[in-house]
Design a protein around this ligand. Structure first.
Ligand SMILES: Nc1nc2c(ncn2[C@@H]2O[C@H](COP(=O)(O)OP(=O)(O)OP(=O)(O)O)[C@@H](O)[C@H]2O)c(=O)[nH]1
Ligand SMILES: [Mg+2]
Length: 318
């Protein structure tokens, strides 16, 4: 099979899943091919991204499975016809795990053989910037290939997951009954990114308490307009999935209604900031590798300079 990105893209647009898989491997691995793939991918319109994040085992994959079925049954999201759905599964806690092993965690068997559904696990393979760049890039590849909607499942509730989630258009934070404590610890980040809260495993005890905790958290947090809805689901039976889909459609209509330009600008700024942040970190790493850096460290130890002057000295070097 060809390895040329332009040819692969044409093949993937024509329906080749093998070509698509190779394109995503390129953005995952970094390097020259990555740049070429990205150059084409970002020229196409972005897909609509629904992010699901939450702790391990919260039911994100089971829920995604239900949402895929619901999405395809409705056949549209707003004005966009929906004949195919892409799914990316991300596990930032195991950055060096290969896709095959990650794939074992993907419990979306209902759609494993459905031609309308493309499911892919993403790993960093150690390249600079890692998943925070690979995820949005892979999303844009799926968009360029013709997927109008992409679901992104991310495990965890830390800062990195919040970063990845912020690349989504609609972010769903999946919780379970009794999850109040973990929620408190991550209050700020979650409040910022959640467009919809889901309390999954609503068949278990503690639903009312968790809903109350969430409502309180929303009351105390910065005022968000509109207030993120809280939807109870039982992903294993499908209960609540229609309500969740309605909430996604509402949020989609809100974002892509009158405010579409503002939304695209926010998205473009986020895309640029992510790449800038990685480039700046790389610059810091390069500076730290120079002999001049060690000299400034020695001066600091001797009390002969301060960190601001030391940084200025390093940054002013050619
Ligand atoms: N009782 C009950 N079990 C559920 C529900 N949703 C999912 N499960 C079960 O919870 C377990 C974990 O579900 P997953 O969908 O794999 O959860 P996940 O969040 O994707 O897990 P990771 O990707 O490993 O973080 C499975 O055994 C599911 O069958 C639910 O609503 N009620
Ligand atoms: Mg999962």
């Amino acid at each position: 099979m060809t390895r040329d990105p332009a040819t692969l893209l044409a093949e993937a647009v024509a329906g080749s899943r093998a070509a698509l898989a190779r394109l995503i491997t390129y953005v995952e691995s970094g390097g020259a091919n990555q740049r070429e793939v990205v150059a084409s991918a970002y020229r196409a319109a972005p897909p609509y991204v629904v992010g699901l994040t939450g702790p391990p085992g919260a039911g994100k994959s089971t829920l995604t499975d239900q949402l895929i079925a619901t999405a395809l049954a409705h056949g549209a999201l707003g004005a966009v016809r929906l004949e195919e759905v892409g799914v990316l599964c991300v596990d930032p806690s195991s950055p060096f795990t290969g896709g095959a092993i990650l794939g074992d965690r993907v419990r979306m068997q209902d759609h494993a053989t459905d031609e309308r559904v493309y499911i892919r696990s993403l790993a960093t393979r150690g390249h600079l910037g890692g998943l925070s760049l690979a995820v949005p890039d892979a999303v844009r590849v799926l968009g360029a290939v013709g997927f109008p909607v992409v679901f992104v499942e991310t495990v965890g509730v830390g800062q990195m997951e919040v970063d990845i989630a912020s690349a989504a258009d609609t972010t769903i934070v999946v919780t379970n009954p009794g999850w109040g404590d973990a929620m408190q610890a991550n209050k700020a980040g979650l409040l910022e990114v959640a467009d919809i809260f889901v309390i999954n495993k609503a068949d278990r005890a503690g639903l009312a308490e968790t809903r109350r905790d969430l409502e309180q958290m929303l009351d105390l947090g910065a005022v968000r307009e509109p207030r993120p809805p809280i939807v109870a689901t039982v992903a294993s039976t499908g209960e609540g999935t229609e309500e969740l889909w309605d909430a996604i459609v509402d949020h989609h209509d809100l974002l892509l209604g009158d405010g579409v330009l503002a939304h695209r600008q926010r998205q473009a700024r986020a895309d640029l900031d992510r790449v800038l942040a990685v480039a700046v970190r790389a610059r810091v790493g390069a500076l730290a590798g120079r002999p001049a850096y060690d000299e400034q460290v020695a001066l600091l130890v001797a009390g002969a300079t301060d960190p601001y002057r030391a940084a200025e000295a390093l940054l002013s070097e050619p």
